[in-house]
Design a protein around this ligand. Sequence first.
Ligand code: MN
Length: 517
Amino acid sequence: MTKDKNQVRIFDTTMRDGEQSPGASMNLEEKLRIAEVLEDLGVHIIEAGFPIASNGDFEAVNEVSKIVRESIVCGLARAGRKDVERAAAALEPAKQKRIHTFIATSPLHMRVKLQMEPDEVHSAVIDSVSRARNYTDDVEWSSEDGTRSDHDFLCRCVESAIKAGATTVNIPDTVGYTMPDEYAALIAMLFNRVPNIDKAVVSVHCHNDLGLAVANSLAALKAGARQVECTINGLGERAGNAAMEEIVMAMRTRKDLLQLESGIHTEKIMRASRLVSQITGFVVQPNKAIVGANAFAHEAGIHQDGVLKDAETYEIMTPESVGLKKSTLVMGKHSGRHAFREKLRELGYDNFGDNALLEAFTRFKELADHKKEIFDEDIIALVDDEIGRASERIGFVSLGINCGSDGPQEATLTLEVDGEKISSTARGNGPVDATFNAIKEIFPHEAELQLYQVHAVTEGTDAQAEVTVRLREDGKLVNGQGAHIDTLVASARAYVHALNKLLVKKRQKSSPAALTA
Ligand code: MN
């Protein structure tokens, strides 16, 4: 428990609840990158996954546990013995570990989903928390569908969870149903009625089905909650979870009103937002609060005039406070490898191997030949595209395209498969289709294309294209990314990236699990 009564603990669940949103799958290497960025942000607790859900989730929690130094690493578990044991095993290497165990407490969930009587659920709360305490002193208990639970029963479960050793009790609005006043009253009710409530941190976890996740979270904080569960960009099941950047910036901007501290280094928010968006292929809407492309853009003349005279006329927070710097010309074709490495450090890429660095540097030089001005965003896109490529079975080599109004649209592609170069020429309905058909000829597969998305990294017609390709096979979803000044090369790279991820997934057995919390 934290000593300062105004300190709010930020609990990030981007890699657990966030990953549960359809299509937002992340592989191990991507989760490690996100974990690093979250720790750098100053997040107190990182929920890294649901270890029993699949071997991939177990491995992710286990590996994140090995690299995180300052933050508490958390794994989710249902009430059963196996779940708790699996979470404990995954968290074993963590410096500071938390087991987060949950069970539904609403009449509907108990009857339909669990098919358990309230007394049985109550016993399961005590058993699961006590069992988790055998592995760590830091145990969180959640009442799934808490906002639709009977108040007397909720109070009884919360009291027993704390008595059994829970140090955090979380009251989720699992289905995004509550409203700020109602939620604040629920939290206040727990403070009034649960005799041992001061022995635990009260936590909130809100979903955005009615667009109220952040408002509900803030109302609960005002009522005394001191942990808030959230995700970067509001990623999460259905309409998503409460967005961390909005909660944190509301606390910072209206400190006069809330008088709460998050301890988050807000100037690192943009980096985190971009990384999560890039990895999942979930584009941030332009008018999204805090991290949208237009969040700090002033279009109306009268606004522009005001901002030029004094930014505070129309800006309640500065772009710099969320890490939005004006795009700066960083480097050109004459920049050397040393300067390039320094630039990467500045952008937050510390652990870059020599081979990957050389590869990225070669591509940077290529880009500099084609693009006059190279911005930070260009380098980020290029490096993100390069990370992890070296170990892949299929590599992109070259692509030639015939396209235009007269057709036929034709792609001549060379890939390297297990060290062997293979070429093919294929036609299609347009150059993208032709390119993907050529990939299928070289490396036949059954995967189905679920998403193809292009966006420009910077302004101007010579901007790099960043492409996301989502593939599905046997119920497994993967996202691949590629960046290049040529949109079709970026497309081929993104497709190949996704295909490689599917090949890795095939080797890892995973049990399908429809699990929510
Ligand atoms: Mn949730």
